[in-house]
Ligand binder design. Sequence first.
Ligand code: AMP
Length: 220
Amino acid sequence: MKNDRLAIIMLGPPGAGKGTQARLISETLKLPHISTGDMLREALKNETELGKKAKEYMESGTLVPDELVDAIVAERLKREDCDQGLILDGYPRTISQAEALQSIFQEDGSRVVTIGVEVGDSVLIDRLSSRWTCPQCSKMFNARLDPSKVNGKCDACNSDLVQRKDDTKEVIAERLEVYHKATRPLIQYYQDKNFYFGVNGDQPIDTICESILNRIEADG
Ligand code: AMP
């Protein structure tokens, strides 16, 4: 049914800019951008059962259990807007999640491209601690490097920008540790499957986006 659909997986540490790149690629290729972080934050905001279960993990910077996240992604991938392709941002984050995803893609014959946005820890800490996010449309700004046009307001939808609860110093340290322990091994996992393309995330946003798009095209 979904033969040849293009599945783009965005890998990278928190703050690497994978959300920004996923959004740009989604606009260019007209594919849905699926961010598990956004889905979980929405569940938290709406106080759903999932939100209640995920809250403590998210606020402390640890990972929500695999089975909860696997279930929401599996459901989301069945929706019609994913038939031509999709961009995953923030999933998978563990080998077990990657295996759950792999069995979905193997079954439906998706073409998988994994993009790793690579940035060193000191740059990430600096970026995350000056990051402001739009709670409405999830667009991100950096108070020093990429500020919004009107102070405290989102350029896209004019909502008041907020600092995410998990963008505090202690939680950032925890999130980076979790990344190195649980998520970084996925680079090797996808390299072994020949799916992986690493891009230096410490470059202008447009330059990164262009190399990602070129790579996806070359791979097609
Ligand atoms: P993000 O916006 O991707 O940085 O995600 C924010 C938080 O949501 C993470 O620190 C985790 O607590 C949770 N989360 C998002 N995606 C996943 C995932 N694939 N597996 C487990 N937890 C996740």
